[in-house]
Ligand binder design. Sequence first.
Ligand SMILES: [Zn+2]
Length: 249
Amino acid sequence: MARRLPAVPQRLSAHLDVLLEVQAHDLVIDQLRHRRERLAERQALREAAHEATGVDRQLADARARGRDLARRQRRLEDEVDTLAAKRAGTEGRLYGGTVQAPRELEALSQEVEALARRTRGLEDELLELMEAGEPIAAEAGALEARRQELATEADRLAAVVAEREAEIDRLVAVAVAARGEAAGGVPPALLATYEQLRRRLDGVAVARLEAGRCTGCHLALPAVELDALRRAPADAVVRHEECGRILAR
Ligand SMILES: [Zn+2]
Protein backbone atom coordinates (compact mmCIF):
# COMPACT_ATOMS: atom_id res chain seq x y z
CA MET A 1 0.00 0.00 0.00
CA ALA A 2 2.64 2.45 1.11
CA ARG A 3 4.44 2.02 -2.17
CA ARG A 4 1.37 3.16 -4.07
CA LEU A 5 1.14 6.39 -2.05
CA PRO A 6 2.51 9.52 -3.71
CA ALA A 7 6.11 10.20 -2.90
CA VAL A 8 6.56 12.42 0.11
CA PRO A 9 8.98 15.29 -0.41
CA GLN A 10 12.38 14.45 0.99
CA ARG A 11 12.10 17.01 3.74
CA LEU A 12 8.99 15.81 5.60
CA SER A 13 9.80 12.17 5.03
CA ALA A 14 13.26 12.78 6.46
CA HIS A 15 11.78 14.67 9.42
CA LEU A 16 9.44 11.80 10.17
CA ASP A 17 12.29 9.30 9.96
CA VAL A 18 14.21 11.39 12.46
CA LEU A 19 11.08 11.67 14.62
CA LEU A 20 10.85 7.86 14.62
CA GLU A 21 14.44 7.80 15.77
CA VAL A 22 13.65 10.31 18.53
CA GLN A 23 10.76 8.10 19.54
CA ALA A 24 12.96 4.99 19.58
CA HIS A 25 15.29 6.80 22.01
CA ASP A 26 12.32 8.00 24.08
CA LEU A 27 10.99 4.45 24.33
CA VAL A 28 14.38 3.21 25.49
CA ILE A 29 14.49 6.01 28.09
CA ASP A 30 10.95 5.11 29.24
CA GLN A 31 11.93 1.46 29.62
CA LEU A 32 15.07 2.32 31.55
CA ARG A 33 13.16 4.60 33.91
CA HIS A 34 10.51 1.95 34.38
CA ARG A 35 13.21 -0.63 35.13
CA ARG A 36 14.78 1.81 37.60
CA GLU A 37 11.43 2.22 39.39
CA ARG A 38 10.73 -1.49 39.49
CA LEU A 39 14.08 -2.87 40.60
CA ALA A 40 13.43 -6.18 42.36
CA GLU A 41 16.02 -5.21 44.98
CA ARG A 42 14.14 -1.98 45.71
CA GLN A 43 10.99 -3.99 46.44
CA ALA A 44 13.00 -6.43 48.58
CA LEU A 45 14.47 -3.44 50.42
CA ARG A 46 10.97 -2.12 51.17
CA GLU A 47 9.95 -5.56 52.43
CA ALA A 48 13.02 -5.80 54.67
CA ALA A 49 12.27 -2.35 56.11
CA HIS A 50 8.65 -3.36 56.67
CA GLU A 51 9.70 -6.55 58.47
CA ALA A 52 12.26 -4.61 60.53
CA THR A 53 9.49 -2.27 61.74
CA GLY A 54 7.48 -5.31 62.87
CA VAL A 55 10.52 -6.86 64.57
CA ASP A 56 11.26 -3.55 66.35
CA ARG A 57 7.72 -3.48 67.68
CA GLN A 58 7.92 -7.09 68.92
CA LEU A 59 11.34 -6.41 70.42
CA ALA A 60 10.09 -3.32 72.28
CA ASP A 61 7.21 -5.40 73.62
CA ALA A 62 9.48 -8.26 74.74
CA ARG A 63 11.90 -5.82 76.40
CA ALA A 64 9.01 -4.09 78.22
CA ARG A 65 7.83 -7.48 79.54
CA GLY A 66 11.40 -8.29 80.58
CA ARG A 67 11.75 -4.96 82.41
CA ASP A 68 8.44 -5.53 84.17
CA LEU A 69 9.59 -8.95 85.39
CA ALA A 70 12.92 -7.51 86.53
CA ARG A 71 11.10 -4.82 88.52
CA ARG A 72 8.90 -7.41 90.22
CA GLN A 73 11.99 -9.51 90.89
CA ARG A 74 13.80 -6.59 92.53
CA ARG A 75 10.78 -5.84 94.72
CA LEU A 76 10.67 -9.47 95.90
CA GLU A 77 14.42 -9.51 96.54
CA ASP A 78 14.07 -6.35 98.66
CA GLU A 79 11.28 -8.00 100.59
CA VAL A 80 13.40 -11.13 101.14
CA ASP A 81 16.23 -8.92 102.44
CA THR A 82 13.88 -7.15 104.84
CA LEU A 83 12.57 -10.48 106.12
CA ALA A 84 16.12 -11.79 106.58
CA ALA A 85 17.05 -8.74 108.65
CA LYS A 86 13.91 -9.14 110.73
CA ARG A 87 14.64 -12.82 111.20
CA ALA A 88 18.23 -12.12 112.27
CA GLY A 89 16.92 -9.65 114.86
CA THR A 90 14.37 -12.13 116.20
CA GLU A 91 16.92 -14.94 116.31
CA GLY A 92 19.28 -12.63 118.17
CA ARG A 93 16.67 -12.15 120.86
CA LEU A 94 15.78 -15.88 120.83
CA TYR A 95 19.35 -17.08 121.33
CA GLY A 96 20.82 -14.00 123.01
CA GLY A 97 20.08 -15.21 126.53
CA THR A 98 18.30 -12.04 127.67
CA VAL A 99 14.89 -13.57 127.17
CA GLN A 100 14.31 -16.36 129.68
CA ALA A 101 10.55 -16.80 129.94
CA PRO A 102 9.56 -20.01 128.13
CA ARG A 103 6.39 -18.37 126.77
CA GLU A 104 8.31 -15.49 125.29
CA LEU A 105 10.90 -17.83 123.89
CA GLU A 106 8.14 -19.91 122.34
CA ALA A 107 6.63 -16.78 120.78
CA LEU A 108 10.02 -15.72 119.31
CA SER A 109 10.59 -19.21 117.98
CA GLN A 110 7.19 -19.11 116.28
CA GLU A 111 7.98 -15.70 114.79
CA VAL A 112 11.27 -17.01 113.39
CA GLU A 113 9.37 -19.94 111.89
CA ALA A 114 6.74 -17.61 110.38
CA LEU A 115 9.42 -15.37 108.86
CA ALA A 116 11.16 -18.41 107.39
CA ARG A 117 7.86 -19.58 105.87
CA ARG A 118 7.22 -16.18 104.29
CA THR A 119 10.74 -16.10 102.97
CA ARG A 120 10.32 -19.52 101.35
CA GLY A 121 7.07 -18.33 99.77
CA LEU A 122 8.78 -15.24 98.33
CA GLU A 123 11.71 -17.32 97.10
CA ASP A 124 9.30 -19.62 95.27
CA GLU A 125 7.73 -16.56 93.65
CA LEU A 126 11.19 -15.29 92.72
CA LEU A 127 12.01 -18.61 91.11
CA GLU A 128 8.79 -18.46 89.08
CA LEU A 129 9.61 -14.95 87.91
CA MET A 130 13.10 -16.02 86.89
CA GLU A 131 11.67 -18.97 84.97
CA ALA A 132 9.12 -16.68 83.28
CA GLY A 133 12.00 -14.40 82.27
CA GLU A 134 13.90 -17.10 80.39
CA PRO A 135 11.59 -17.46 77.37
CA ILE A 136 11.25 -13.67 77.20
CA ALA A 137 15.03 -13.28 77.11
CA ALA A 138 15.23 -16.00 74.45
CA GLU A 139 12.50 -14.26 72.42
CA ALA A 140 14.28 -10.89 72.67
CA GLY A 141 17.56 -12.55 71.67
CA ALA A 142 16.01 -14.15 68.58
CA LEU A 143 14.37 -10.83 67.63
CA GLU A 144 17.65 -8.96 68.03
CA ALA A 145 19.38 -11.54 65.82
CA ARG A 146 16.65 -11.18 63.16
CA ARG A 147 16.93 -7.38 63.40
CA GLN A 148 20.66 -7.64 62.79
CA GLU A 149 20.12 -9.98 59.82
CA LEU A 150 17.60 -7.56 58.34
CA ALA A 151 19.95 -4.61 58.78
CA THR A 152 22.74 -6.51 57.01
CA GLU A 153 20.37 -7.55 54.22
CA ALA A 154 19.07 -3.97 53.88
CA ASP A 155 22.63 -2.67 53.56
CA ARG A 156 23.38 -5.25 50.88
CA LEU A 157 20.16 -4.47 48.98
CA ALA A 158 20.72 -0.70 49.21
CA ALA A 159 24.18 -1.18 47.72
CA VAL A 160 22.75 -3.31 44.88
CA VAL A 161 19.99 -0.74 44.24
CA ALA A 162 22.56 2.08 44.12
CA GLU A 163 24.70 0.07 41.71
CA ARG A 164 21.78 -0.79 39.42
CA GLU A 165 20.56 2.81 39.52
CA ALA A 166 24.00 4.08 38.56
CA GLU A 167 24.13 1.56 35.68
CA ILE A 168 20.67 2.60 34.46
CA ASP A 169 21.46 6.30 34.90
CA ARG A 170 24.52 5.87 32.67
CA LEU A 171 22.36 4.24 29.98
CA VAL A 172 19.69 6.94 30.36
CA ALA A 173 22.33 9.65 29.96
CA VAL A 174 23.56 8.05 26.74
CA ALA A 175 20.00 7.71 25.39
CA VAL A 176 19.08 11.27 26.43
CA ALA A 177 22.13 12.64 24.62
CA ALA A 178 21.32 10.65 21.47
CA ARG A 179 17.69 11.72 21.71
CA GLY A 180 18.68 15.36 22.05
CA GLU A 181 20.89 15.14 19.03
CA ALA A 182 18.15 13.50 16.95
CA ALA A 183 15.48 15.93 18.19
CA GLY A 184 17.62 18.81 16.92
CA GLY A 185 16.77 17.64 13.40
CA VAL A 186 12.99 17.90 13.87
CA PRO A 187 11.11 21.18 13.39
CA PRO A 188 10.02 22.51 16.83
CA ALA A 189 6.29 22.54 15.98
CA LEU A 190 6.37 18.91 14.86
CA LEU A 191 8.38 17.98 17.95
CA ALA A 192 5.86 19.75 20.20
CA THR A 193 2.96 17.88 18.58
CA TYR A 194 4.87 14.64 18.96
CA GLU A 195 5.54 15.25 22.65
CA GLN A 196 1.93 16.12 23.33
CA LEU A 197 0.70 13.00 21.53
CA ARG A 198 3.23 10.78 23.25
CA ARG A 199 1.84 11.67 26.65
CA ARG A 200 -1.63 10.62 25.51
CA LEU A 201 -0.69 7.58 23.46
CA ASP A 202 1.40 5.34 25.69
CA GLY A 203 4.66 6.77 24.43
CA VAL A 204 4.09 5.98 20.75
CA ALA A 205 3.14 9.18 18.93
CA VAL A 206 4.47 8.43 15.47
CA ALA A 207 3.89 5.23 13.55
CA ARG A 208 4.60 3.88 10.15
CA LEU A 209 2.00 3.04 7.59
CA GLU A 210 2.91 -0.44 6.46
CA ALA A 211 0.81 -2.50 4.08
CA GLY A 212 -2.22 -0.34 4.90
CA ARG A 213 -1.78 -0.80 8.66
CA CYS A 214 -0.78 1.65 11.36
CA THR A 215 2.21 0.19 13.25
CA GLY A 216 1.13 2.19 16.32
CA CYS A 217 -2.24 0.60 16.92
CA HIS A 218 -1.91 -2.26 14.40
CA LEU A 219 -5.27 -1.53 12.86
CA ALA A 220 -5.77 -1.61 9.10
CA LEU A 221 -6.83 1.74 7.73
CA PRO A 222 -10.16 1.78 5.88
CA ALA A 223 -9.89 2.24 2.13
CA VAL A 224 -11.50 5.68 2.38
CA GLU A 225 -8.87 6.87 4.82
CA LEU A 226 -6.05 5.40 2.76
CA ASP A 227 -7.46 7.20 -0.23
CA ALA A 228 -7.63 10.48 1.69
CA LEU A 229 -4.02 9.99 2.79
CA ARG A 230 -3.01 9.45 -0.79
CA ARG A 231 -4.65 12.73 -1.75
CA ALA A 232 -3.20 14.68 1.22
CA PRO A 233 -0.57 17.23 0.26
CA ALA A 234 2.83 15.59 0.37
CA ASP A 235 4.11 18.02 3.00
CA ALA A 236 1.06 17.60 5.30
CA VAL A 237 1.56 15.84 8.60
CA VAL A 238 -1.16 13.21 8.57
CA ARG A 239 -2.58 11.34 11.52
CA HIS A 240 -4.30 7.99 11.83
CA GLU A 241 -7.94 8.92 12.51
CA GLU A 242 -8.51 5.88 14.70
CA CYS A 243 -5.63 6.29 17.17
CA GLY A 244 -4.48 9.84 16.46
CA ARG A 245 -0.85 8.93 15.76
CA ILE A 246 1.28 10.76 13.24
CA LEU A 247 1.74 8.48 10.25
CA ALA A 248 5.04 8.25 8.46
CA ARG A 249 3.95 7.47 4.94
ZN1 LIG B 1 -3.07 3.89 14.56
